[in-house]
Write a protein that binds this ligand. Structure first.
Ligand code: DX5
Ligand code: ZN
Length: 216
């Protein structure tokens, strides 16, 4: 079954960012995933808004911003300025998640909530009706190229059941350690969107790899 693919800019060649973006533009990718880190919420720092503003100028795909930062609500205007389609904030980073979700939506973007591998999906019971997407981390956030956590497959099935039972059409996106094998298991379990970093950018033929992932 076809799924949506969101290549992660984190795995691009930063010395040739323009070429990487042109490849994404030409590809069958559905979105470009932006991993924004602060060195506090996660033990790493990626890129900031000055870089992303340049990338956004030439990227023709909708932007899927994944904020791995504390107090993500402070950056809603910056993400909006990128003309992002979706802004994902971590459940673990938001004391007043409901307010943050509504601020994102009021600014005109879709709102996603991200869960770390240890965070149960049951904690979404009273917010899932307000959000457009759940982003399940299948690695601990902060780095590309990590090993997929197998338990994520079962988590996707449980989340899919919750969404169906509530008669919602919330998207499920999964992020981390995705390749053909893990991607297929996730799509079979109910994932709608796969984020893929190193598997696509390290492939001999990234365009072909994106195409294959889309048709798992
Ligand atoms: C991890 C990021 C991921 C990462 C995925 O903190 O959220 O988006 O770039 O990279 P791979 O596909 O290499 O695991
Ligand atoms: Zn991500």
């Amino acid at each position: 079954m076809p799924c949506k693919i969101a290549p992660s800019l984190l795995a691009a060649d930063f010395l040739h960012l323009e070429e990487s973006l042109m490849m994404i533009n030409q590809s069958d990718a559905d979105m470009l995933h932006l991993d924004i880190m602060d060195g506090v919420f996660v033990p790493n720092i990626s890129f900031g808004f000055p870089v992303l503003e340049q990338a956004a100028k030439i990227c023709t795909k909708p932007l899927d911003a994944h904020l791995m930062i504390v107090e993500p609500q402070k950056f809603i205007p910056e993400v909006k300025k990128l003309r992002a389609y979706m802004m994902n904030v971590h459940y673990e980073a938001c004391m007043h998640l409901h307010r943050v979700i509504w601020e994102i939506k009021e600014s005109g973007m879709k709102a996603g909530v991200t869960l770390n591998p240890h965070t149960p999906i049951e904690l979404l019971e009273d917010i899932i009706q307000d959000i457009d997407m759940v982003l399940l981390m299948s690695v601990n956030p902060g780095f590309g190229g990590q090993k997929f956590i197998n338990h994520s497959i079962e988590k996707v099935s449980r989340l899919k059941n919750m969404i169906l039972q509530k008669n919602l059409n919330t998207w499920i996106e999964v992020d981390g350690g995705i390749n053909m094998e893990t991607g297929k298991a996730l799509v079979d379990a109910g994932a709608d969107i796969l984020v893929t970093g190193s598997f696509v950018f390290n492939a001999a033929n990234p365009l072909e790899t994106i195409k294959k992932l889309k048709n798992l």
